[in-house]
Design a binder for this molecule. Structure first.
Ligand code: S3P
Length: 451
């Protein structure tokens, strides 16, 4: 209990029992800002010269940790009613923090910030909560060491760690061994204060919010395609960022929960305005459509340099699906809730290439299997694939206790399961939902969810 509480003082442990929803989910809700884009907005605005105004920022625990860290590095960050104002320090001009940087539950904050710190002439110390302290940091410390920075980690390359950055960073050239936007971004951000050309090759394209936002702040970023569908991203350092206002779209990964709930609860019709539709994030929407979901996009437009649209989802009978491994980066955070949808679908689903799920906020591969099994679904793992035998309805499903394992997305997936299942689902702790989706319970209640 203490480990769970230590970094979420505002989020008490709240067990919940979710029974089948008595009626359809209906209405329109605005889900909070995109987590990936919110972290990047605070980091890049802090590295820019001048004043940036951010609207739509996610005010979840993860992003608030990034705000605290950037303040500790010298940026001025204030919340003014519905917007955030950042006075940047400029690339190369960050202050040495006088205390340990605590990144809470956030792998994105820890990895991206490691890149920035590696190419500044300061020494810093970084830690996180029990979940983050168990996650691998070698994927960033190993490539970042090539610029001259030194990292001292705990055994197994885990946090806490010390980062001795260099003011004379060499540019890094690196081919990603795993599809990870966090690793790509860490190297690109390190390159902002290195002299020369930083180059990252990714075998499979991952979310490109860092590239898009660097361009938005005036940095020239080149993107080339490899013959096998990957990307090569280059930038020239040292770079100067000019402050530019940022509009954060609503998070498609958060929208995934009300979307799947609306698909599964009979008679539902839910509208979600302003959802980010970056094609490197929309794998779940493609997959749900393949399953027969009624998911319409209206009013597509560009906001703050990212495509957005209003989603309308209606309940429908879902079929099993075969999801190819190369789609994983575009829906990596959506597998737990997709697995819930598959448990209610008609027929077998195979979700391929899920090895990265093992190193998320929890081991999401085993945690999702446990969630489903505890609630009567038939599921197994073969290698890195998850195979779910769908029930073709709610009958016999539910009745289990789900351990959230300090993982916000597991807690929300379990709640979605409970709304659709025949028997109530128990969730041991919903406090971690605040890391990415503050207001989740009240927004779902506004749609008619009986929570
Ligand atoms: C993120 C990248 C993904 C994702 C995470 C956010 C980002 O992680 O799971 O929630 O903002 O770059 P990986 O890069 O480890 O796949």
């Amino acid at each position: 209990m203490n480990a769970i509480m230590e970094h979420h003082p505002s989020a008490p442990v709240i067990p919940l029992s979710v029974a089948r929803n008595p009626g359809p989910l209906r209405g329109s809700i605005r889900v909070p800002g995109d987590k990936s884009i919110s972290h990047r907005a605070l980091m890049l605005a802090s590295l820019a010269s001048g004043r940036t105004v951010v609207t739509g920022l996610l005010e979840g625990e993860d992003v608030l940790r990034t705000a605290d860290a950037m303040r500790a590095l010298g940026a001025t960050i204030t919340r003014e009613t519905d917007r955030w104002v950042i006075e940047g320090k400029g690339v190369g001009a960050l202050n040495e923090p006088d205390d340990v940087l605590d990144m809470g539950n956030s792998g994105t904050a820890a990895r991206l910030l490691s890149g920035i710190l590696s190419s500044h002439a300061i020494t810093s110390f970084m830690t996180g909560d029990a979940s983050l302290r168990s996650r691998p940091m070698r994927r960033v410390t190993q490539p970042l060491s090539a610029n001259g920075a030194c990292f001292a980690t705990r055994h197994g390359e885990k946090l806490p760690m010390a980062i001795i950055g260099t003011g004379e960073a060499a540019p890094i050239a690196y081919r990603l061994p795993v599809a990870s936007a966090q690793v790509k971004s860490a190297i690109l951000l390190a390159g902002l204060n290195a002299t020369g050309r930083t180059k990252v090759e990714e075998p499979v394209a991952t979310r490109d919010h860092t590239e898009n936002m660097l361009r938005h702040f005036g940095v020239e970023v080149e993107v080339g395609l490899t013959p096998t569908g990957g990307r090569i991203i280059t930038l020239q350092g040292p770079a100067r960022l000019a402050a530019r206002d940022v509009v954060v779209p609503a998070d498609p990964s958060s929208a995934a929960f009300p979307i799947v709930a609306a698909c599964l609860v009979p008679g539902s019709e839910v509208r979600l305005p302003g959802i980010g539709l970056n094609p490197l994030r929309t794998g779940l929407f493609t997959t749900l459509r393949e399953m027969g979901a009624s998911l319409e996009i209206e009013n597509e437009r560009i906001e703050g340099g990212e495509p957005v649209g209003d989603l309308v989802v209606r309940a429908s009978a879902l079929q099993g699906v075969d999801v190819p491994a190369n789609r994983a980066p575009s829906m990596i955070d959506e597998y737990p809730v997709l697995a819930v949808a598959c448990a209610f679908a008609n027929g077998t689903s195979r979700l391929r290439g899920l090895e990265e799920l093992r190193v998320k906020e929890s081991d999401r591969l085993s945690a999702t299997v446990a969630l489903l099994k505890a609630n009567g679904a038939t599921v197994r793992v073969e290698g890195d694939d998850m195979i779910i035998e769908g029930r073709g309805g709610a009958e016999g499903l539910g009745g289990g206790l789900v351990e959230t394992r300090m993982d916000h997305r597991l807690a929300m997936s379990a709640i979605v399961f409970g709304l659709a299942a025949e028997k109530p689902v128990m969730v041991d702790d919903t406090g971690f939902i605040n890391t990415s989706f503050p207001g989740f319970v009240s927004l779902m209640t506004a749609l008619g969810a009986a929570l």
